[in-house]
Design a protein around this ligand. Structure first.
Ligand code: ADP
Ligand code: MG
Length: 695
């Protein structure tokens, strides 16, 4: 048998063979190295396990025992009793609820790990403990009193008979066989500098930590490797892109750009001007632009994007601007189609609600180059849409789109310049990971005359008071937005709730005022009509679902009420607040939380009330939600990380980046260490199936 190496096929590992290797392969484990990278989901700390015989009342303990018997006992209170035991004694586990399901879960002879508090009532017992079935294994392993890894399983693995115990055996054998020969592609100097374990030590400890701290130290090392890979991916793709050159060229900005600026009823802010200058320079370069424009809601990103589109049109190039909702695309169109037409630039609206005939006409016009700027939703990436000469791609609220969608739009041109915009700032600590391959421009100041809006939160108990307050403000001529949550999962219910509330407001609460309702299910013409009516002050109150969250701009409204505020994330609340108080009056947002309001929701709302700085909010959001949820929502378009946890490992990120920047800089001749690292990273890059770079 050949000597086992890291890159050996797992089937050569003792106890594996072709059948199990096939099942492992389906779970992504092809080589010994893959197996070692199949990391424990968690650990069972068996060093803390108490023999059942020594349990005493009031003790909080973890035990492991075998099911000896079970039964549903009728008595004063019906209950399920399961008796489990080990060599030292036995104890009863009791459930008063949910036991019909549980009863089937316990089979005589099965092993369970049980955690709970011991009580004494005629006998020693644990009521409603936490239990977990553990696969049958040698009692000896169980009582070794060590920390034991628990691996994630899949149906395929189970089917091939690869139980947790067998996985443990495999990993343990693999470690024994190759551990000594695991080379470290990171030079010692880095390890010392960032307090990292060597790779072979980390591999041992991630599977078999001696204490729980070891597992964490090992994880950090592997997290660093993962971040290195990610940075390599991002920065080398940037390097690649910098080699690509555009087929189009720009001349100096001329008449149309000037005319457009003259048409605006305002002067650009300093930050807007600075961003525009950067963007223009990018356009003039023969490398495709890849820039992120970020800034809080209402800071005026759109006008910068349109100015860019005008510059493109002046150079005979088409622009596609993709927005995440129809409402938003419609708003862009409504606001800009006329001023653009007056300077000889043709804009069109492309959404899913066009009729077939309208759509065909539009597709033809875009392909013929008769349209300079296509403003639209996802519809612009459909197969049928072609451009004669797409030079600029703008993606509004970019975090709402997947990498593939962005890529498809970009693919409709020949290395078009790309501008992505976002009003959801990424915590500074993460901007690099995420946008490492983008240049970033930020608009930090608001247009003049905009007063910082105020936010308060109240519970539903204050509703009457809130209504009276609103009535006074309505009487003095102010307009109010009322927002209801809408999430996909409960869309029907949410829409119903919004409609009910609308009717109640209109008929009972504010019969003397005019109330409107708008949401994504309202037909396009109707929707435009309602929003226009509100803009023209024909409506006093506009109720809406969160469709208005992204980008809708209705300057007149100065007050917003957010219903069910406890259901919103912090960043989302912040986005909403930016919608009011643009008309010179100071904006006010009243967030109304309805019970049950969790502690976490309270902290979110407190933070919302306390700060209006988008970047601070983003940091707090990350901390409050925890990385799982923050990233889980995919709100931020983050690539998937298996080991690294960006909230905990934030300090590793700049370190990893620095390593890669040095490696790719080409400023000095690579030494041995560099070559080894490079070879390793290139190998991983090829092996990586999902590209996570920003298209
Ligand atoms: P966002 O950055 O959220 O996309 P918008 O581009 O929708 O913001 O701009 C918000 C509002 O501010 C719009 O009504 C826009 O016309 C206005 N605006 C943009 N720039 C300026 C400016 N420099 N001075 C005054 N108003 C501006
Ligand atoms: Mg916007």
């Amino acid at each position: 048998m050949p000597e086992l190496k890291l890159d050996s096929d797992v089937q050569y590992l003792k106890g594996v063979g072709p059948r199990r290797a096939a099942a492992l392969g389906l779970a992504g484990i092809k080589t010994v190295d893959d197996l070692l990278h199949y990391l424990p989901r968690r650990y069972l700390d068996r060093s803390m396990i108490v023999p059942i015989g020594s349990l005493q009342a009031n003790m909080q303990a973890t035990i492991i025992g075998m099911v000896l018997g079970k039964g549903i006992l009728k008595g004063r209170r019906q209950r399920l009793e399961v008796v489990i035991g080990d060599d030292s004694g036995y104890i009863a586990l009791i459930w008063f609820a949910g036991y019909r399901y549980l009863e089937g879960y316990f089979k005589k002879g099965d092993l369970f790990s049980v955690t709970g508090t011991v009580t004494y009532f005629q006998q020693r017992q644990i009521v409603h403990p936490e239990v977990e079935r553990i696969e049958d294994e040698a009692a000896q392993l169980i009582h070794t009193g060590r920390i034991v890894p628990v691996y994630p399983s899949t149906a395929g693995l189970k089917k091939a008979g690869i139980t947790g115990r067998i996985l443990r055996q495999m990993v343990s054998r693999a470690l024994d066989a190759v551990e000594a020969g695991i080379p470290d592609f990171l030079p010692d100097s880095y390890l010392t500098e960032h307090c990292l374990k060597t790779l072979s030590r980390a591999m041992r400890l991630i599977h078999y930590p001696e204490k729980m701290d070891d597992a964490e130290a090992a994880r950090r090392r592997l997290a660093f490797d993962e971040l290195l890979e990610l940075q390599f991916l991002i920065l080398s793709s940037r390097k690649q892109r910098n080699k690509a050159s555009k087929s189009h060229a720009y001349v100096k900005p001329g008449g149309k750009v000037r005319q457009f600026l003259n048409k605006l009823s305002f002067k650009l802010t300093e930050d807007q001007e600075k961003s525009a200058r950067k963007i223009f320079a990018d356009l003039q370069s023969d490398r495709p632009m890849h820039r992120l424009l970020q800034g809080d809601v209402g800071c005026g990103k759109t006008v910068v994007a349109l100015l860019t589109a005008v510059y493109a049109a002046e150079n005979g190039l088409q622009t596609a601007l993709m927005a995440p909702t129809e409402l938003l695309a419609e708003q862009h169109y409504r606001n800009w189609v006329e001023p653009l037409r007056e300077i000889g630039i043709e804009a069109a609206l492309m959404t899913g609600s066009l009729t077939k005939a309208e759509r065909r006409r539009l597709d033809d016009a875009a392909a013929a180059g008769e349209i300079d700027i296509v403003l639209g939703t996802h519809a612009v990436i459909s197969e049928s849409v072609r451009f004669k000469n797409l030079g600029l791609v703008v993606i509004d609220e970019q975090h709402r789109f997947g990498v593939m969608q962005r890529g498809r739009l970009i693919g409709k041109g020949m290395h078009p310049d790309t501008l992505v915009m976002t009003a959801t700032p990424i915590p500074r600590t993460l901007a690099l990971t995420l946008y490492g391959d983008l240049d970033i421009s930020s608009i930090k100041t608001m247009p003049p005359g905009r007063q910082p809006s105020k936010a308060v939160w109240r519970t539903g108990a204050a509703r009457q008071e809130i209504y009276e307050f609103l009535r006074e403000r309505l009487k003095s001529g102010e307009q109010i937005f009322i927002v209801y949550p809408l999430v996909e999962k409960s869309e029907k219910l949410d829409l119903q709730a919004a409609e009910d509330a609308y009717i109640q407001l209109k008929e009972q609460v504010f019969p003397e005022f005019k109330v409107g309702l708008v949401h994504g299910r309202v037909k396009r013409e109707k929707r435009e009509e309602i929003i226009k009516a509100f803009q023209k002050r024909e409506l006093d109150i506009l109720t809406a679902t969160t469709v208005i969250e992204v980008g809708i701009d209705i300057p007149a409204a100065s007050i917003m009420v957010i219903e069910h505020a406890e259901r919103f994330g912090l960043s989302q609340l912040h986005q909403l607040r930016g919608r009011v108080g643009r008309g010179g009056k100071r904006g006010l947002t009243i967030a109304v939380a309805l019970p049950p309001v969790s502690d976490l929701a309270k902290r979110r709302l407190d933070m919302f009330q306390a700060s209006s700085d988008g970047f601070k909010i983003a940091e707090a959001d990350l901390q409050l939600r925890g990385p799982g949820e923050f990233f889980g929502t995919r709100q931020h378009g983050l690539p998937e990380l298996k080991v690294a946890n960006l909230a905990v490992d934030a300090d590793l990120l700049p370190a990893a980046r620095e390593v890669i920047v040095n490696l790719l800089s080409g400023k000095r001749a690579p030494d041995n260490d560099d070559s080894m690292l490079l070879k390793f990273l290139e190998g991983r890059l090829i092996g990586r199936r999902t590209m996570t770079r920003f298209g």
